[in-house]
Design a protein around this ligand. Structure first.
Ligand code: RIB
Ligand code: CA
Length: 312
């Protein structure tokens, strides 16, 4: 029986690779892709999600637009990382795949109420606004979530959008506080682990050489996306943040971490959006997340290559 998931996303080149990985993997049943404002405004993240699902040849997977702003703050975007379209690196045609009329939050609520309790995993790879809004609007669905596997936060790697905060959490810290405090089983892929999932030139060229359209698309996105990290960190490759969530669902053995307490800073003048991860268990606060630290990078990229090669 395939694992049912909903991918909540702000494409974003790394989001796009995560979506392709999920759609290439028969172990997963993608019930829907829900777009949220983040890397770029909602109009673009929704368009980009449609483009990626269509690129994968999966017109059967519905795409929904969700929240266009954080719960209480102004939207912060990341065109400086992802380009003005949010998916710079290759030009994809205007998608024929339609955007669903239903709001993404309603889709999340309806799906969790329809599917048997404990059978749907949420995979948020952008700001947590849609997820938190669903939990606030329909508290009954919280207990029905099987688990949440999210990309966000940092401890050892500290921040990437501010000195203290990682982008997904920083954009909507109030939403993150709701999600981390909801009591749902939580698997967190922080920068600590995603910064170990760096692309290499041979791997990217291997993508470009695949005899399909998705491989060269991944290469084009990576070429664009890695320039930011190369300039900022001096790293040779780009961290493929969001695909780590899908890879964990497929091969949890590739990752290791700790069950710890993670709280979200929502007040700090300099630390807003920080994930206060009690890695050394000094707070006495109850663990609420499996916080990942290490990845078998070679195994991760082998998995990614093998699955992207299966796509059109
Ligand atoms: O900090 C990395 C995260 O922010 C990734 O999800 C990337 O797509 C951006 O949304
Ligand atoms: Ca993202």
């Amino acid at each position: 029986m395939a694992q049912k998931i909903i991918i909540d996303t702000d494409p974003g080149q790394d989001d796009a690779v995560a979506i392709l990985l999920a759609l290439a993997s028969p172990e997963l049943q993608v019930l829907g892709v829900t777009a949220v404002a983040g890397n770029v405004p909602l109009s673009l993240t929704a368009l980009n999600a449609r483009k990626v699902v269509e690129l994968a040849g999966r017109a059967d997977v519905p795409v929904f637009a969700g929240c266009d702003a954080p719960m209480v703050r102004l939207l912060v975007t990341a065109e400086h990382v992802h380009g003005k379209t949010g998916l710079d690196g290759i030009d994809l045609p205007e998608p024929a795949l339609p955007l669903q009329d239903r709001h993404a939050v309603d889709f999340i609520i309806d799906t969790l109420r329809r599917e048997p309790a404990g059978t749907v995993t949420l995979v948020p790879i952008g700001p947590l606004t849609n997820i938190a809004t669903a939990f606030q609007r329909a508290p009954d669905v919280v207990a029905r979530v099987q688990r949440i596997v999210l990309m966000g936060g940092a401890y050892f790697e500290v921040g990437n959008i501010t000195p203290a905060a990682e982008f997904n959490i920083y954009v909507d810290p109030e939403a993150a506080a709701i999600v981390f405090g909801a009591g749902v089983p939580l698997v967190v892929m922080p920068l600590d682990v995603t910064h170990a999932a760096l692309t290499s030139r041979p791997w990217v060229e291997g993508m470009r050489a695949l005899p399909n359209r998705c491989g060269p698309a991944v290469a084009g996105w990576t070429d664009f996306f890695e320039r930011y990290d190369r300039e900022k960190y001096g790293s040779e490759g780009a961290p493929l943040h969001d695909p780590c969530t899908i890879a964990w669902l497929l091969r949890p053995d590739l990752f290791s971490g700790r069950e710890i307490n993670v709280e979200i800073e929502t007040q700090g003048e300099f630390t807003l959006g920080m994930t206060v991860a009690d890695w050394w268990r000094v707070s006495g606060r109850a663990p609420n997340a499996l916080f990942m630290r290490d990845v078998d990078a070679a195994g991760f990229f082998d998995l990614l290559r093998d699955r992207i090669a299966r796509l059109p």
